[in-house]
Design a protein around this ligand. Structure first.
Ligand SMILES: [Zn+2]
Length: 330
């Protein structure tokens, strides 16, 4: 579709493990001689994507079932470069994404320490550069993710790498993985402080399906620039007021929330959006990874309009908020 008749889009919340087209991953897997559990391409595509009818029972199931294979296939410098480049280029061609932030956890791409982290990260940055060379209309950057499943020491290493590569295209830091008892947000708080002091953008996955308590702590004590999901805030007017006061922007991923059973149905999604708008919470529309959910930014917007959840004008406001909240500086 020619760009001139097509609105400019921004993607702020997309996981590399869920963003690469299955045909690209299929080719990479074969080139690297990775033994796949499927007989043919279509079974493979089924394995790593979700149809409209499929739902995960919870976030843990999503993590184990889908990310296992995509992370394994992406675990080499060559694979990561091609994955990043293909995702940013494809995002521009399909959805006119001109500002593209892509995130991944480098420690889940180095086969348990077998591959060198610097090579993995540098390859991702080179993939970003190659995409921007081919499509100069696009600006893109990488967010390195820490994980609730990793130790504090491992997460500290990821942050140090993010700081090291800040001038070369790493734009921010995040933490993800489903909530678990072994993880302490409080213990990790100094890492976010260090990230901010180094000039990195800070976003945190919280308030998705976990506890309102953690979300409150993040909003009031860590005060990140953005929050991944954060939709649990609609249950607490005070926390919404603090999100507004601290100028935090939420990264909302409608299809992902429905597929992962974080929201039960479209009615619940509509209520979340309505409550955020009423309480003047700034938010952006994202995919969480277009290929796994068989979605893209244009689909997300069409879906919200079709169900009368958001108007064109409200969606344009979200896009404007996304430009403002991006970690990619002009
Ligand atoms: Zn996410």
């Amino acid at each position: 579709m020619p760009q001139k008749i097509f609105k400019q889009h921004v993607e702020l919340h997309s996981h590399l493990g869920a963003a690469v087209h299955p045909s690209i991953l299929w080719a990479i897997a074969h080139r690297q001689g990775i033994k796949l559990p499927t007989k043919n391409y279509w079974e493979f595509e089924d394995l790593i994507t979700m149809t409209g009818e499929e739902k995960n029972k919870n976030l843990d199931q999503m993590d184990k079932q889908f990310y296992h294979w995509t992370e394994l296939i992406q675990s080499s410098p060559e694979a990561i470069e091609e994955s990043v480049k293909g995702t940013i280029a494809g995002g521009y061609r399909k959805s006119n994404i001109v500002l593209h932030e892509l995130r991944f956890n480098p420690m889940k791409r180095n086969r348990g320490g077998e591959r060198d982290l610097d090579h993995i990260i540098y390859s991702a940055l080179w993939g970003t550069e190659r995409a921007m060379l081919e499509y100069p209309q696009v600006r893109a950057g990488i967010i390195l993710m820490m994980g609730r499943s990793l130790s504090f020491e491992q997460n500290s290493i990821i942050l140090d790498k993010a700081i090291k590569y800040k001038s070369q295209g790493v734009i921010g830091i995040d933490i993800a993985d489903p909530e678990r008892k072994t993880f302490s947000m409080k213990k990790h708080a100094p890492l976010f402080k260090k990230a901010r002091a180094a000039g990195l953008g800070v976003t945190i996955h919280t308030g998705e399906a976990g506890s309102l308590e953690e979300l409150r702590y993040v909003v009031r004590q860590i005060k990140p620039d953005r929050i991944g999901h954060g939709i649990l805030c609609v249950k607490d007017k005070k926390v919404m007021a603090d999100i507004v006061k601290n100028n935090i922007t939420l990264e909302i991923c409608p299809t992902s929330n429905l597929r992962n059973s974080v929201l039960k149905n479209i009615g619940e999604l509509a209520l979340v959006v309505k409550t955020l708008l009423q309480n003047k919470v700034k938010f952006t529309i994202n995919t969480d990874g277009p290929e796994m959910y068989k979605s893209n930014i244009v689909h997300e917007e069409e879906f919200l309009k079709k169900h009368g959840i958001m108007s064109e004008e409200q969606l344009s406001k979200c896009t404007a908020w996304a430009f403002e909240a991006s970690f990619i500086k002009k």
